[in-house]
Design a protein around this ligand. Structure first.
Ligand SMILES: [Zn+2]
Length: 390
């Protein structure tokens, strides 16, 4: 019986073997620090060494190779676990003897929580300072969870009570939905512009089924068509007609505006009133990306404290320079939102592929069983050689 990381007899190895080997070495070296030096009690709180160590393992893997396929640490990788059956999930703050799903509970979720604190909640500078301070302060001592929570807060000056409570003491997950989006523009006070706007927006309304069928022969001739003397002001004046008087009055309103108000009016700014709903239970910052017609983007960060204003929904107005063609909540999947289907406006369908035939099976980069990709590449090279006609 051999330990992991052993190549096949021909010297090849799968990607899984390679990354498993590198990851486990990084991980075990990390244990020199957590818990051997920052000496927490693993039998009591496994996450204090395995979670913290898995977090520094993640940082190290990404320093080794920018594209390192880290199993644990990225917010997107924890979504399936956190959104799963809650009767089989324990809070991180559970004694190690009583935990369901040990790996996700004590390694994956705490490592991800720390990464989210670093990337999304505190920022790298503050987080790194506080995390190093925790390590310095508790080196060769015996920290408990409260010592970790407290040091992260007082070294950074950031109130993280809400984060510890949600991520460490509950089994809630993140699912924030963009429930409603109202797009507003300012009334230009120019009656011609506004009449054209009303006409265009009426034209976008779906046709009424009764009118549609009547026009297609259901009512061959209306009374008004049969007898024009039935017409009056309302049937002969266009709905969007603008009177000279309207123009005059509009101009008077504009003349009465301050310089500042007029600049705002002429700016062409767009207003989006977005209602967010906390479906999953964990409060998180709102990261909202507006994408414009010219392809440019504008990302707004709203701290999690916005949820103090109201729960479970909160409404905020965003002002942009151009109309948005797409609005996306958490565009880099950094909050571990388990349902991204309610994070995009307008909704967009995503194709997936299914196989129409029973074809090759069991082949992957990670090649569990059968041929590994290095062996396949060798066989391919042989094929090219024999077809070359030498
Ligand atoms: Zn470990």
């Amino acid at each position: 019986c051999f330990n992991g990381g052993r190549p096949a007899e021909d010297g090849t190895y799968s990607a899984r073997t390679k990354h498993g080997m590198i990851s486990v070495i990084i991980h075990e070296v990390g244990h020199n620090f957590f818990p051997m030096i920052i000496n927490s009690d693993e039998r009591q709180w496994t996450w204090m060494d395995e979670g913290l160590n898995t977090f520094v393992q993640f940082l190290t893997e990404k320093e080794f190779d920018r594209d390192y396929p880290s199993r644990r640490g990225s917010a997107r990788n924890i979504r399936e676990y956190m959104g799963g059956d809650k009767t089989r999930i324990s809070p991180i703050m559970t004694n190690s003897e009583s935990i369901y799903q040990f790996g996700n509970n004590a390694y994956g979720k705490p490592a991800t929580a720390l990464n989210i604190l670093r990337e999304t909640v505190m920022g790298r500078d503050l987080f790194d300072h506080a995390f190093k301070e925790y390590s310095r302060r508790w080196a060769f001592k015996h920290p408990s969870p409260a010592d970790f929570f407290r040091t992260m807060e007082d070294a950074s000056g950031v109130d993280l009570d809400w984060f510890w409570r949600g991520w460490f003491y509950t089994t809630d997950h993140v699912d924030i939905a963009m429930e409603d989006i109202k797009w507003m523009q300012m009334d230009s006070q120019n009656p011609d512009v506004e009449a054209a706007f009303r006409e265009a927006s009426d034209a976008r309304q779906p046709e009424d089924i009764t009118q549609l069928r009547n026009a297609n022969g259901g009512v061959p001739q209306s009374y008004l068509e049969a007898d024009p003397t039935l017409n009056d002001y309302y049937t002969t004046t266009g709905k969007y007609e603008v009177l000279e008087l309207d123009r005059q009055e509009g101009q008077e309103v504009l003349d009465g505006l301050s310089e500042e108000d007029r600049t705002l009016l002429e700016s062409g700014k767009q207003f989006y009133e977005i209602t967010f709903r906390n479906v999953g239970g964990l409060v998180m910052p709102l990261i909202v990306e507006f994408e414009f017609e010219d392809g440019s983007r504008d990302v707004r960060h709203i701290p999690a404290e916005i949820w103090k204003m109201s729960e479970p929904t909160v409404t905020k107005v965003f002002v942009t320079e151009q109309p948005a063609v797409r609005i996306m909540l958490d565009p880099h999947m950094e909050t571990a939102d388990v349902d991204m289907g309610n994070n995009v406006w307008p909704p967009r369908p995503e194709p997936t592929r299914f196989e129409a035939y029973k074809g090759r099976r069991g082949y992957s980069r990670y090649g569990s069983g059968g041929e590994n990709p290095m062996q396949r590449a060798r066989r391919n090279a042989e094929l090219n050689k024999s077809e070359g006609g030498e």
